[in-house]
Design a protein around this ligand. Structure first.
Ligand SMILES: Nc1ncnc2c1ncn2[C@@H]1O[C@H](COP(=O)(O)OP(=O)(O)OP(=O)(O)O)[C@@H](O)[C@H]1O
Ligand SMILES: [Mg+2]
Length: 460
């Protein structure tokens, strides 16, 4: 922290107010606390100076939502973190829509609280805004890639660099790992965000249809083409075209796409006037393109053209640290959608989720959480609610033997500790490499090891 951040905490429960304020002061923040939200409202002018406002949602007379709106009106730069008790998740989701940065459930885990606070302050630091690919942008429909793991942080960093350019991007990743989401996020963080983002699945159409989908056609170009139809490329002019499953694109279309990338011109099918277009292309595949190249089903020249900027979306089993947060976020979304109140995930269930190998990646996790929410009876999701095949599934291929397989709860400290252990295991005790894997400096790692009372194996 290069300057002391100033935080306001508003909570009508005296004990919770004291605990939050104390936890934040202890790590060096300057904190003003308000037990009465009306008093906070009365001093709204003061809120211009806060970097972050943490407010309870349910308070008499002036609620957290009222405060959120008021704070936003005097200080749009301030971060807002909502604190909410059981059963108000829906309102919290609504608060996010209205511009809160995040929310956290009671009973509070103070470690988690501090982590969220740090994340919000970092994402709102000057320079972080606008280019923040985690989508802490506000407003309806803002996409949000969740991922605190080092591999995802790497990806988000690359994404932030690439997004503002016009470079063609190739996304590689297993099915369900988040390629669509990444493509959208690139678009939303580019100067093209106000123009179209159009996806086109290359595997879903016959070659002829694909051609007319991409390039459009003139009236009478072929039987059935009664009217002129604009293609996706033309519709994505000054925007972004997302070509999914590019590995399945038929060879004759590959030639035409290559020609477009070289000339930036298209011709509608049956037309004779070239159109000059400014389209940013993002292509994705879950196939091994190198293999397709060697088999000759994918053109080398097109491949080289596409792969200049290649982003790899890691499979979920390589970022198990993200699983609890992802699981919770899906629970929240589906609980709101299906009007359920879920306030707790049983630790055993979380353990199991972390250990599963997730061949279907985030999509599989998302679908599972939806079905758990839909069939839930009480306010807790339990291990016993899992389908039998998941209850006894194989541990993730990369889960290391030396790492305790349990994930006792959502405590971020515990998760961090496990990530540190895994990194050391993978780097065979080499701290320098482990620090790299974790995306932290060597000294930070050493500090953490000391904190945890961990010793490593001899350096190799
Ligand atoms: N990091 C993430 N944070 C939050 N949600 C995610 C994340 N990654 C993926 N998802 C969600 O998981 C689901 C699957 O992701 P997506 O459709 O982007 O995968 P994909 O790689 O395009 O899959 P496919 O290869 O099958 O097209 C979507 O609902 C998406 O919003
Ligand atoms: Mg996809």
């Amino acid at each position: 922290m290069n300057r002391t951040h100033h935080i306001a905490v508003i909570d009508d429960e005296r004990e919770s107010l004291a605990a939050i304020s104390r936890a934040l002061r202890r790590v060096g923040y300057q904190v003003d606390s308000y037990e009465d939200s009306r008093q906070a409202m009365a001093q709204l002018e003061r809120f211009k100076q806060f970097d972050l406002v943490i407010t309870d949602l349910k308070m008499p007379r002036v609620t957290g939502m009222d405060l959120l709106r008021a704070v936003r009106s005097v200080n749009p730069e301030a971060g807002v973190l909502m604190v909410t008790g059981h059963g108000t998740v829906e309102t919290a989701v609504e608060a996010m829509r209205l511009g809160a940065d995040d929310y956290i459930l009671k009973p509070l885990d103070l470690f988690e609280l501090r982590d969220r606070v740090r994340q919000i302050l970092e994402s709102r630091a000057p320079g972080a805004r606008g280019a923040d690919p985690s989508g802490r942008s506000h407003g309806v429909g803002a996409t949000r890639i969740l991922g605190d793991s080092p591999v995802m942080q790497d990806l988000l960093e690359q994404l932030a660099t690439v997004a503002p350019t016009r470079s063609t991007v190739l996304l590689l990743g297993e099915s369900g790992s988040g390629k669509d989401l990444v493509a959208q996020t690139i678009h939303e963080n580019s100067p093209r965000r106000d123009r179209n983002f159009l996806p086109l699945n290359c595997a879903a159409l016959s070659p002829t249809l694909l051609e007319s989908e991409l390039f459009g056609h003139e009236a009478g170009a072929f039987t059935g083409a009664r009217q002129r139809r604009l293609g996706k490329l033309e519709l994505a002019d000054r925007g972004t075209l997302f070509l999914d499953e590019i590995g399945e694109m038929p060879p004759e279309m590959q030639v035409k796409l290559l020609r477009f990338l070289e000339t930036r011109e298209i011709m509608r099918v049956g037309g004779n006037a070239p159109l000059n277009l400014d389209v940013r292309l993002i292509a994705a595949t879950n196939r091994d393109l190198a293999q397709a190249l060697s088999q000759g089903s994918f053109r080398t020249d097109l491949y080289y053209r596409l792969r200049v900027v290649t982003l790899r979306v890691p499979p979920l089993r390589d970022r198990t640290g993200d699983i609890p947060r992802l699981a919770w976020s899906f629970v929240e979304v589906f609980a709101a959608e299906h009007r359920k109140r879920i306030s707790r995930l049983e630790p055993e269930l979380l353990d199991r989720l972390v250990q599963h190998s997730w061949p279907g990646n985030v999509r599989e996790l998302r679908n599972l959480m939806e079905s758990l929410v839909v069939f839930s009876k009480g306010d807790t999701l339990r291990m016993g609610d899992l389908p039998p095949e998941l209850r006894i599934g194989q541990p993730a291929a990369t889960a290391s033997q030396a790492v305790p397989p349990r994930f006792p709860d959502l405590n971020l400290d515990t998760i961090e500790r496990q990530a540190v252990l895994q990194a050391l295991e993978r780097s065979q005790g080499n701290r320098q490499r482990a620090a790299q894997l974790l995306g932290m400096g060597l000294r930070t790692l050493q500090k953490k090891l000391k904190e945890y009372g961990l010793t490593t194996r001899r350096q190799q």
